[in-house]
Design a protein around this ligand. Structure first.
Ligand SMILES: [Zn+2]
Length: 212
């Protein structure tokens, strides 16, 4: 598969038969009744419209094109050829099996080849894929793949640590359990020294900087 086909695959597919807001609110009323409550009572009267607005936030990623986010790059990097690492990007996602929150953090590293991207763009890529229905493994791969395809760096490393509320508040009820996933591409996959350097950088805590 050529690279253009790969990039096309990474773009969001628009939903053709999207229901109206009114239909979405009616569906919430149905779920309220299913839960055993009365959607007509005072406290629940505005809940369907609030839930639909909340869904707009939870799933805002469907309206964002991660490929476009990474399109603007900088080539004047004065020969910089070391790892660029963005640590502890807050992750708020929704599990596609239970529609329960996935909360965690993402670390994104890449080894540039001529081009770098603004660091806020990496965080926005995490958000673009995070604010969709997800499983953590797929999310990890999507973030790494889009950086790899669009920036064409020498390598990409993505690590996600997250707690799944479908495991903590229901089912097996295991609070405190987190899941770690990683995807290594290019030199991070092929070269043990680069991979070691990446994980060493993840562990060092910065003495100064903007981290609040
Ligand atoms: Zn789940």
């Amino acid at each position: 598969m050529d690279s253009i086909t790969n990039v096309a695959k990474l773009r969001a597919k628009p939903v053709s038969d999207r229901p109206s807001r009114r239909q979405a609110e009616a569906a919430v009323r149905t779920l309220l009744r299913w839960a055993g409550d009365d959607p007509g009572r005072e406290g629940l009267r505005d809940t369907p419209s609030r839930v639909v607005r909340a869904y707009e936030e939870f799933f805002a990623g469907y309206a964002t094109d991660p490929v476009a986010l990474l399109a603007r790059t900088f080539e004047e990097v004065e020969g910089y050829d070391e790892i660029v690492l963005l640590r502890n990007i807050r992750l708020e996602s929704v599990c596609e099996h239970h529609m329960a929150p996935i909360i965690g953090r993402v670390h994104v590293g890449y080894l540039p080849d001529r081009r770098v991207v603004g660091i806020s763009k990496l965080a926005r890529v995490v958000e673009a894929y995070g604010k969709r229905l997800q499983i953590q493994e797929k999310l990890t791969a999507q973030i790494a793949n889009v950086i790899n395809e669009v920036l064409e760096p020498r390598g990409v490393a993505v690590v996600i640590e997250a707690a799944h509320q479908c495991m903590t508040t229901r089912g097996v009820h295991k609070p405190g359990v987190t899941m770690t996933t990683s995807r290594m591409l290019g030199t991070f996959r092929d070269d043990a020294a680069t991979r070691r350097e990446f994980f060493a950088m993840l562990q060092t805590s910065p003495q100064s900087g903007c981290e609040g």
